[in-house]
Design a binder for this molecule. Sequence first.
Ligand code: ARG
Length: 472
Amino acid sequence: VNIFKDIAHQQNKTVIIDYSSPNIGKELAFHHIRSTMIGHALSCIYQAAGYKVIRINHLGDWGTQFGKLIVMYLRAELPTDVESLAKLTVKELNLLYTQFSKAAQKKPEMEDEAREVFAKLEAGDEFYRSLWEAFKEATLKELRRIYKQLGVDFDYYTGESFFEDLIPPVIDELKAKNLLEVSQEREVVMLEDLDLPPCLIRKSDGSTLYATRDLAAAIYRQKEYAFDRCLYVVDQGQALHFKQVFAVLNKMGYAWSKNMVHIPFGLILHQNEDGKWEKGKTRTGSASLLRDVIAAAQEKILEQIQEKNPDLPDAEHVAMQIGVSALTFNDLKNRRLMDVKFDWDSALSFEGATGPYLQNAHVRLCSIQRRAGYQVELSQVDWFHLTDDYSMELVRIIDRKSTRISQAVEHDEPALLAQYALEIAEAAHRFVHHNRVLGSAEEKSRLFLVQCTQIVLKDVLTMLGVYPIEAM
Ligand code: ARG
């Protein structure tokens, strides 16, 4: 059994994974869990397959929306001294966005004002810059809190603003390669030969765009990390954007552009009053925030714990870990391109294909080991004690770990590993149901199998962002 070693056949390859990448000044919506957890799972899966993984959060921290935020902030006459700015919350910023949209409907000139303010910010205006930095800090504080709950981490938080200085050389290069054309006063790269609309590089006022910054980011990433693959875990709605960016890089002569892959995924759907599945909105009509969904999941699980196991130590923390895992697994269990039908009862259930079900299997395996109170060595195993169907099934399943990891890498599909986690858990439940471990004649051999299964399950759950808790 080769389960303690991860396959390492890709030892010299580097993969960059760009995931989560939310916009500054906005709260994380529930749907952000998709990019965040698919990206997190992929980064763990690639790592297990032996890749060097670079995890990047490409924050949306640049663009005209910051002009809007600043305009609204100043119109609302909010305090701009250092101390007040340090106390700013993302909730307040989110509100400013909504207020701006409302106000600008009545006074369309505010849109121009916002563009001017952003142009000044781009030009280096110090006051605007200090506001922008405060907005970013306030958002990051909350982002880090949520990432911690989700157990997610990044190597770099290089947002779009990071690439500002790297853009002029990219534009020069496009010009030198005769790729830049003027169309309706904007500079674009034509892609009609590929049946794609032109990729916008620079607006008439000189400001750059999302795509421009992605071009600069890709070139920077290749120079800096010499990646073998670069994955963009971003919703399906941006498919055209990535096609255009990859096509422009290809026209620039960068053969490595073929190693860049958009990893799209489907929507999260909620059921409305008539039972129809709809995008993005909850029953009350407002888009739900990720922090509220996590808090609600924690609360619902806590109620169950208080009912079934009131003496559990650290119950609130465990409830958070179960709640988060339930949300995450609900998201990862189906192929990523499928829409996720979100329903509280089925996500939080301890039965069926759920996070809590997997955690329960792990808890059971841990509790047998705790009660045994000792560890078994390989040399103590009598293999003839493991020839019954339930043991054999379990051995066969845990032996498939590296194959399943390779398949998940090949298809960039965490769901393949999620299915594997379910197979392990089901076989483990069957095994302990039919084969008494403690006090049986086969105790040592069976206990060894329990140990191995628990290690594999723990590893797989961790990769999937499901907390491998030991008691519940
Ligand atoms: N900030 C963008 C959004 O919220 C996603 C960025 C994805 N990454 C990238 N390199 N474009 O839509």
